[in-house]
Structure formats: C-alpha cells, structure tokens
Design a protein around this ligand. Structure first.
Ligand SMILES: *Cc1c(COP(=O)(O)O)cnc(C)c1O
Length: 408
C-alpha cells in the first residue's frame, strides 16, 4: 500500500532536518518510518519492514493495535488531563488491574521507565529512613545493568560509559558483578537499604539472572531486612512468556517498575510496591504532573486487556520457545554464532565476529528490524503478537546477512 506523506518529504529532507534541529544524542539508522500495522512498519519510500525490535519492547501488541487506538481516540475526545489534584476513574482502574496481575500492593504512575525507577529509588530511601534508620540509603545494583538516563537512574545503571561527563553522580549507589551472590553479600554494609536488579539484563545484551542467584538475592534481602527492587521495564508484561520476569524464579520483589509495553505504544510508567512499603509515600512525598493521566491510563487498560484477550503471554512463551530453537539450530549450522541467550521473546545471539552493527544494517536493508548491542550481540524483541512464520522469515534474513557478510 502506498504511503502518502506531505509533498517534498523525503528521507534526505528528514535526516538533514534532524541534524540541523535535533540534539544528536542518537546514532540513527538511515531510515524514516511513517506508518505501522501489526508486525510491519513502512518507510517514507513505501518499503516494508518486519519489526523484531518493537520500538525496544514498547510495541508489545504490534503497531497501532486496534483496541488501544480506539481507546486513545475515545479518551482523547473525552478527557486527556486534569492533573493529580483530582480523581479520574482510569487511574485507580489501571492500578487495580496491575495489582491483581502482580500481587503487589499499590501503584504510582509516571511517564517513562527512568521515572519509574526514580520513584522506586526514592520510595526505597524513604522506607529505609523510616524503618531501618536515618543512615540507610545505599542501593546496590549490578554491573551491566540498565535503569534509564535521568541522573539517579543512570547512576543506578552499572555501566561507566553512561556516567562519563555527568559526574558527580548521585551518592549512595554501589555496583557488583551480576549473577555473583557472594559478591553481593560482601557489598552489603551499614548504609545499604535495597538491591536493584533486572531479572534479565536487557540493554547490555540479554543476560538472564540464574535461578539460584535471584532466589539467593531474595533470601539475602529477607535476612538483612533489605528491599528487593526489580526493574521489569523490559521483562514485564508478557515479554518473557510470563506476565512478569520474576515469575520464572519463584520469587517476588518488594518494589517493581514497569513501562515500555505498558501503554501499548503510548508513554506511561509505573512503580508498584508492597503495601507496607507503599505506605511511606504520603501526600506531597512524590508527584508527576502528567503521571496517570486519563489518556495514558486508558491506553494501558486497553493494552492489558488485549494481552489477556489475545492470550499474548502464552503466545510469547510458545513462539519464544520456537524462536529459541530456531536460533539454536542457526548456531549449530554456523561457527560464528557462539551463544543463544534469553527467555520468551527476549532473545539474543552472541557472535564470535565483531561486526554486529554491520549485520544489523544488512538485516535492515533486507527488511528486518533487529538491534545490535556492542560489537558482537544481536538482540531480538519482537511484538508479543509474533507468529512462527514471522520467526521463519527473520531467521532466513539473519542467516543470509551473516552468510553474505562473511563472504566479503
Ligand atoms: C528501557 C529501560 C529503562 C528506561 O526506560 P525509559 O522509558 O527509556 O526511561 C529502564 N530499565 C530497563 C530495564 C529498560 O529496559
């Protein structure tokens, strides 16, 4: 189907305007997208792409999911925003739904993942001051973690490259190697109040916590009266084939953050906490002007409903297993694929070669959107609506990109 855009809008014009007027914080691929539907997006020239990145795990329901689009349209024409000095029906309705799904106690709404983690960090500190003592503020996070780009969230992020140029960082964070329980136990000190982890590290290349590790962390937190904060911004809401990543580990966090898939493509973040933790937030403790507005909540309610109605968590588990098996098969056929990692629809291959970025570009040229991480990792985060035939197509393209590039 032909795509109509304003006359004179070409990819060259858009890319030049970006250079001229947008802060150059992103190393973008040279493609301009104008439309999406389901698993597919189209560029300004009408070229079609199969999306195995889903806007970095945001478009969990695919592009422009009809029920979310309808909910946004209806709510946009009814009431978009009144601010949190007043009640709106959609906000507690969404909180109730998330509490029912997660078994957590209460929710706070914001607009992004980083903001949800800021909320979690502030909540943990306030809880600790009231429950453990005035000097309990330190949060231990993992090397290779990713928690967002606001100052506290990026400080929590255990990757020095994201700190460079922004020092001094926020005080009160310590880092330990991921999946190393002894290192974590050794880092707990008199100031520690919480441990913050992703069940599967996403941004640094899809690295799942081991079962013993996460269960051990939960026990450490219980024994030492520390809070366990799980960042489920990427792993939450069906991505791993369960509603929440921690369900694979048989543990529960005290605080959990969500964003990405939550709004079905619309920006919204949430911080959930157990009741006895949430209660330290009192009127005035924390706020977000846009947080939990009717428009964002209506989108999220429709997104959760669609995940449930269309059995997308089950689909993520089933197609994720199929995808993983296909990647393992690819590995068995190719010497340059050395490892397959991940759970559900959060998957990656690690290559022995160091041209992952180039492989990503070749895939894009062949009509497949994937994400290269570092020199050697290709990450896959397809929408939860993905089917086996899409996986077959993706595998064919990745395999071809690898084979052709090797030939150069
Ligand atoms: C994406 C992501 C974030 C940051 O979310 P933003 O909406 O970009 O602020 C935080 N933590 C994890 C695990 C993420 O994947």
């Amino acid at each position: 189907m032909a795509v109509t855009t304003a006359p004179g809008i070409t990819s060259q014009v858009v890319m030049q305007m970006d250079v001229d007027y947008v802060m150059q914080t992103f190393a973008r691929q040279p493609v301009v997208f104008v439309r999406g539907e389901g698993m597919t997006v189209w560029d300004v020239d009408g070229r079609e792409y199969l999306d195995f990145l889903a806007g970095i795990a945001v478009n969990g329901l695919g592009h422009c999911p009809p029920s979310v689009v309808a909910a946004i349209r209806a709510q946009a024409g009814t009431l978009m925003h009144v601010c949190n000095l007043y009640y709106v029906p959609e906000q507690p309705a969404l909180a109730k739904r998330l509490v029912e799904l997660s078994g957590m106690g209460k929710a706070f709404f914001c607009n992004s993942g980083a903001e949800a983690n800021e909320t979690a960090i502030k909540l943990a500190r306030k809880w600790a001051k009231q429950n453990l003592g005035q000097n309990r503020f330190e949060i231990i996070t993992a090397e290779g973690s990713f928690h967002g780009r606001t100052l506290a969230a990026v400080t929590a992020t255990g990757q020095p490259k994201y700190h460079q140029g922004f020092e001094p960082m926020v005080p009160g964070f310590k880092y330990v190697p991921f999946n190393d329980l002894a290192a974590l136990a050794g880092m707990i000190g008199e100031h520690t109040c919480a441990i913050m982890l992703e069940p599967i590290q996403g941004e640094s290349g899809v690295r799942p916590a081991s079962r013993e590790y996460l269960q051990g962390v939960r026990k450490l937190c219980d024994d030492r009266s520390l809070l366990l904060i799980l960042d489920e911004i990427q792993t939450g809401l069906g991505r791993t084939g369960r509603w929440f990543g921690h369900e694979h580990y048989g543990i529960k966090p005290d605080i959990m953050t969500l964003a990405k898939t939550l709004g079905g493509g619309f920006p919204i973040g949430a911080c959930l906490a157990a009741d006895d933790v949430a209660e330290v937030f009192q009127p005035g403790s924390h706020a977000a002007t846009f947080g939990g507005n009717p428009l964002a909540c209506a989108a999220a309610l429709a997104a959760l409903q669609a995940i449930e109605d269309d059995r997308l968590v089950e689909n993520a588990a089933a197609v994720g297993d199929y995808f993983r098996a296909k990647l393992e098969h690819l590995k068995s056929q190719r010497d340059d694929v050395v490892e397959v990692r991940g759970i559900g629809l959060m998957l990656a291959i690690d290559l022995s070669r160091k041209d992952a970025a180039h492989i990503g570009v070749r895939c894009l040229e062949k009509g497949l959107i994937v994400n290269s991480v570092g020199d050697s990792i290709i990450r896959f985060l397809p929408p939860l609506i993905v089917r086996r035939e899409h996986v077959d197509t993706a595998i064919r393209i990745v395999s071809k990109a690898l084979a052709e590039s090797a030939a150069i």
